[in-house]
Design a protein around this ligand. Structure first.
Ligand code: IVH
Length: 702
């Protein structure tokens, strides 16, 4: 800390006596806080003591409590829900994935059966799994190089997270060094969480000091870990359970169970309720046991994770999309509460969907205050028979939007006297266009398209959102404000904001040179973007991140993709067949893509963006040099060492094509016992024939 700053910062200015003065003081302190933040994070050279920082920060909060409009663009809003821009990005050496869900015994039985089928095991062969409580916190990846902690990163989008290394310094459950027997590269993954007792204490202190209180322990943990100021993180009682790993330069164990024991020996904390389980009965008994203990634990759990114990089997089982085949999350039921519906409002989404939202008398559900709940659509309102004024049951599960699940009528089956039936609108409440429901669809949509401001603004919000263009400094609120000013109509306008409205933005209330520059820098940083994010950002109906990635990988470049979507508009065309043949793309998704590209205004948006941006091509996934890369393989006969599905997935991951029939183009025929006509044909054509072991040997040389 520099003495010069310390001496004049320790004294707070006097409380202002007018709103003009308050505004001036707020602006001055905000600027200081921002420069302290930068000094601390970027330069690693704090300018003031924690006490001074806190005093100034609290003054901002105090000023804002008298003049709430000052909150806009205030540093107080940035801390707590820390913006991603404050953190460096970290690319995960191995992606951080998510889990599929199970809700019933049936789902568990299915999960075990799927595993056996994939591994070609008989229905009764034992499959050992480890059951671990599913901690409701946020996942963290800790990278150790030469036995020193070098990076702590949040999950982020799974492939890239935020660098929070400075913020884990004070988490005692996280060892900063590993013992001598640890390999050179080790990534340990687990969950950061806040104990319930600590959460209550924190909220009490925050309330006393006028700080931000948190809705639940998970949010408190996330807000505390993602603090721009590590000295604030340091004061928050965060904890960590280790449960998994990323990159390792040497294997640590052969089973999950032994892995947990090993890392415990290194000083990590693993969950003490973890159990080795052998079958569905074991699993269900453990589930009931934990469900009973759940309310008494000092941390939130939202289910149990089961993981196949044997790592070799895990490797064979691999992944489907973003979740492992070898693990599943068995969720506990959602928590419920009763309250009254004060009103029903309609929200209009980016694709024009009209979603009814119930405004509730606030009620605590599983430790969280809920005042809005979704009613999904018109059918749901009919199914529930819900009226405005009704007493209802609402539930929330994790991060899912709370839902209305039941209406409570009186003994005679009547609604309360003051309740009134709800009429679903036939017009869009935002633009007045006709609202229509297509056959076979559950949603009612505004037909206003581009003239509907709600749709336009929601599309823009989607375009800049974290999972799409991820533009620093251009959040939902700013998008709305610029939209209302008429400066943002179509996505291309974002990239013209500086040239067309730069001066005006610098003069807007709450803006200044600094924040405007930050915004324009954020925008400029995104002038180059990958094709997959670009496609996703367009907000085409049904095109989520995973589908956008598939399309980008398949077509490679924007030009290819565009022309293919135009060509696919012809029934019976090769382009249409090719599109539908992409794994996981069906006729419904194809229709939405084609319709999108068929509209003039959408192609105009694309032309506009193409002129403003560099959209980078996507390279086909890198497969290392191996003897089957690019080859065509056919599997036939009764396979005994692996299932057909496992064989296909493995072959494709190595870059091979798997075909159903033998032709002159076939490179390998893998024949199990009982192979017939395909074997004969392969022999006639001189195709290399392998037995199952021969295939395994071939791909093992990889
Ligand atoms: S394993 C590929 N184990 O649940 C496997 N996850 O839905 C990745 N979580 O992002 C995760 N407790 O934040 C695993 N014992 C546990 C867990 C756990 C909580 C969270 C984690 C993950 C999410 C997946």
């Amino acid at each position: 800390m520099s003495a010069e700053h310390a001496s004049n910062m320790s004294e707070l200015p006097e409380l202002p006596s007018s709103s003009t003065e308050a505004r001036k003081q707020h602006a001055e302190i905000s600027e200081r806080i921002r420069s302290y933040n930068e000094a601390y994070h970027v330069n690693d050279d704090p300018l003031v003591s924690d006490a001074t920082y806190d005093a100034l920060f609290n003054r901002l909060i105090e000023l804002e409590s008298h003049y709430p409009t000052l909150k806009k663009n205030s540093p107080t809003q940035e801390v707590g829900a820390a913006p991603a821009e404050g953190f460096a990005k970290v690319k995960h050496a191995r992606p951080m994935l998510s889990l599929g869900n199970a809700f019933s015994r049936e789902d568990i039985v299915d999960f075990l059966a799927r595993i056996r089928r994939f591994l070609n095991l008989t229905a009764h062969s034992p499959v050992e799994v480890v059951g671990e409580p599913k901690i409701d916190g946020l996942s963290l990846s800790l990278r150790y190089e030469n036995r020193q902690l070098v990076t702590a990163a949040t999950r982020g989008d799974g492939s890239e997270g935020e660098d929070v290394t400075a913020n884990v310094a004070h988490i005692d459950d996280i060892p900063k060094t590993l013992p001598d027997d640890a390999p050179d590269v080790v990534e340990i993954r687990g969950e950061v969480y806040m104990a319930r007792s600590a959460f209550q204490k924190l909220n009490a202190t925050q309330a006393e000091t006028g700080g931000k209180t948190f809705a639940n322990p998970r949010n408190a943990a996330a807000g505390s870990l993602r603090q721009l100021d590590p000295s604030i993180s340091a004061k928050r009682p965060l904890r960590f359970f280790a449960y998994s790993f990323g990159e390792l330069s040497e294997s640590l164990a052969q089973t999950q169970w032994n892995f947990l024991q090993k890392v415990e020996g290194w000083g990590f904390v693993t969950n003490p309720l973890t159990r080795l389980l052998h079958n569905a009965d074991d699993i269900m008994a453990f589930y009931d046991e934990l469900a009973t203990q759940r309310p008494d634990l000092d941390y939130d759990i939202d289910g149990i994770v089961y993981k196949v114990n044997d790592f070799e089997l895990q490797l064979r089982l691999g992944f489907v999309s973003r979740s492992p085949r070898w693990a599943i999350a068995h969720k506990f039921p959602a928590e419920k509460a009763r309250t009254r519906i004060k009103a029903i409002d309609i929200q209009v989404g980016r694709t024009g969907a009209l979603t009814p939202v119930a405004r509730l008398e606030p009620v605590t559900v599983g430790g969280v205050v809920v005042s809005n709940a979704t009613l999904h659509n018109r059918d749901e309102i009919d199914r529930l028979g819900v009226w405005v004024g009704d007493l209802v049951v609402v539930q929330r599960a994790g991060d899912v939007i709370p839902q209305v699940v039941e209406v409570i009528l009186d003994e005679d089956g009547n609604h309360p006297n003051d309740a009134t039936p709800y009429e679903f609108p036939t017009e869009c409440p935002k633009c007045g266009s006709h609202a229509m429901r297509e056959e076979g669809e559950a949603v009612t949509r505004c037909t206003g398209g581009l003239i509907c401001p709600a749709q336009a603004v929601e599309r823009l919000k989607h375009f800049v959102s974290r999972t799409a263009f991820d533009i620093d400094g251009l959040g939902a609120k700013n998008v709305e404000a610029f939209f209302e000013l008429g400066w943002l109509k179509s996505p291309g306008d974002i990239f013209r904001l500086e040239s067309d409205h730069g001066d005006a933005i610098r003069k807007l209330e709450g803006w200044g040179e600094k924040s405007a520059t930050k915004l324009f820098d954020g925008i400029n940083e995104r002038r180059t973007i990958g094709l997959d994010k670009f496609i996703y950002a367009l907000g085409i109906r049904q095109i989520g991140q995973a589908t956008a990635k598939l399309l980008a990988r398949h077509y490679g470049s924007l030009a290819e993709w565009r022309s293919a979507m135009v060509a696919a508009n012809e029934a019976d065309s090769e382009a249409l067949r090719e599109l539908i043949n992409i794994d996981q793309i069906g006729p419904g998704v194809a229709k939405d893509l084609i319709e999108f590209m068929a509209e003039d205004h959408n192609r105009e948006v694309l032309d506009d963006l193409q002129g403003l941006l560099t959209i980078t091509d996507v390279e086909a996934p890198q497969v290392s040099d191996n003897p089957v890369n690019g080859k065509t393989v056919v599997f036939t006969g009764k396979l005994e060492l692996f299932s057909r599905n496992e064989a296909k997935v493995k072959a494709e991951s190595l870059g091979a094509k798997v075909a159903g029939s033998v032709s002159a183009k076939t490179d390998y025929l893998v024949a199990g016992p009982g192979a017939g006509s395909k074997l004969k044909k392969a022999e006639e054509l001189g195709v290399t024939v392998l037995d199952e072991q021969g295939w395994l040997d071939l791909i093992a040389t990889e």
